[in-house]
Design a binder for this molecule. Structure first.
Ligand code: FA5
Length: 365
């Protein structure tokens, strides 16, 4: 009885091995696994029947059956691995998906964010006027953001409630005045960086992100500014006015006028704020039948930004780079990109630009 079982075990091994080695696909081999090693297979039956054998025969039959089971399992695994690799190779070389085909249903192609479009419009206009576009760090040193721009130590913009300071090593913010690194509060620090990098004449703009502790319908903690700087021999306030006029006419229409009002910035002298004539009421402050213009609030002018002639003290920080205040003069200006975008698109709350609600963004396609 035991002798017969052992012979049959080796026959099973031979028959199963022939079939497994001839197997042509993974699915077929899984069927062979069930046939030769499954719960209802002959080999499993023999193992189950061991208890009914003579005690002396049990060891030999059980040992042989287990050895054959192990060998068959190994042969199956080897053949499956071989076939899987071949099947993968075939599917990789024959199946192809064209990832460039449109989805189903076809989705509309996206478009640039209105702030990006406005920034690019401003860049195009200024490149047309001969300016180069530069970028600068958003995480800035106190020196460039304040000191080199003539801000005294007790200037309110340096206070914690106006400025986001950064602790380079993490940890709690240090005492005000002891901090050296911050999120730039304006794009003006690039004035000094640009002058350090290249001698005059210099004509450049810097669009970019800026950060302040502000939050209301017209102020957000992160916003975008464009800085402009022109330095050469004989630059005057009239050049500033002509440049702003040319730029704003490209953005708001050829009939626009500008005006400059006295103001104060630590790094320009004299300093101004500049306004553009209202493009909704044509600068009259009135709409149609004498109603007050709701865009300029009846004033006829819309405030846009700050500007002025570069203060000689600022040139003092870059004298070694070729900016001698006795031989060059320059103007600088800065304004918010959101403000321009709000005006161009009639958006009443600046924060809507950053909510990323597609119902709003789709209106600018
Ligand atoms: C400045 O930032 C100066 N650096 C501008 C300048 C440059 C003056 C060169 C002279 C020479 P001001 O703080 O006024 O100035 O900001 C300029 C513009 O940035 C504002 O008119 C406004 O349009 C925009 N702005 C300021 N704060 C915010 C804010 N929190 N959110 C959105 N826009 C802002």
């Amino acid at each position: 009885m035991g002798q017969k079982a052992t012979e049959r075990i080796f026959e099973i091994e031979a028959e199963a091995t022939v079939e497994v080695e001839a197997g042509e696909n993974v699915a077929g081999l899984e069927e062979l696994r069930v046939k030769w090693l499954g719960r209802k297979s002959e080999l499993t039956g023999i193992l189950r029947g061991i208890a009914g054998l003579e005690p002396a025969e049990r060891g030999l039959v059980g040992g042989s059956a287990n050895k054959v089971r192990e060998k068959l399992e190994a042969t199956l695994e080897a053949r499956i691995a071989e076939l899987s690799a071949a099947e993968l190779e075939t599917s990789l070389s024959t199946d192809s998906i064209d990832v460039t085909l449109p989805g189903s249903p076809v989705r509309a192609v996206g478009h640039l964010h209105p702030i990006t479009r406005t920034r690019r419009l401003i860049e195009d206009v200024m490149i047309g006027l001969g300016y180069q576009v530069m970028e600068g760090p958003e995480v800035e040193h106190d020196f460039y953001n304040f000191t080199a721009l003539n801000h005294p130590d007790d200037h309110p913009a340096r206070m914690l409630q106006d400025t986001f300071y950064v602790e380079p090593g993490g940890g709690a913010p240090a005492e005000v005045g002891k901090q050296d690194v911050l999120l730039r509060t304006h794009t003006s620090p690039m004035q000094v960086r640009a002058m350090e990098a290249a001698p005059p004449p210099l004509f450049m703009i810097v669009p970019g992100k800026t950060y302040r502790r502000d939050s209301d319908a017209t102020h957000s903690p992160m916003f975008h500014q464009v800085e402009g700087l022109a330095v050469a021999e004989g630059i005057t306030l009239a050049d500033l006015k002509g440049t702003l006029l040319a730029m704003l006419r490209e953005i708001f229409g050829p009939d626009r006028e500008i005006r400059m009002r006295p103001h104060f910035f630590p790094f320009t002298e004299p300093s101004v704020e500049f306004d553009v004539s209202c493009f909704k009421c044509g600068g009259t402050g009135q709409l149609g039948k004498g109603d007050r213009c709701n865009l300029c609030k009846g004033i006829g002018w819309i405030e846009l930004g700050g500007a002025g002639m570069v203060d000689p003290n600022v040139f003092g920080f870059v004298r070694d780079a070729g900016y001698d205040p006795d031989s060059v003069t320059g103007f600088a200006f800065g304004f918010g990109i959101e403000r321009i975008a709000m005006l161009r698109h009639g958006v009443g709350d600046l924060r809507l630009f950053f909510d990323n609600d597609v119902r709003l963004l789709e209106q600018f396609s």
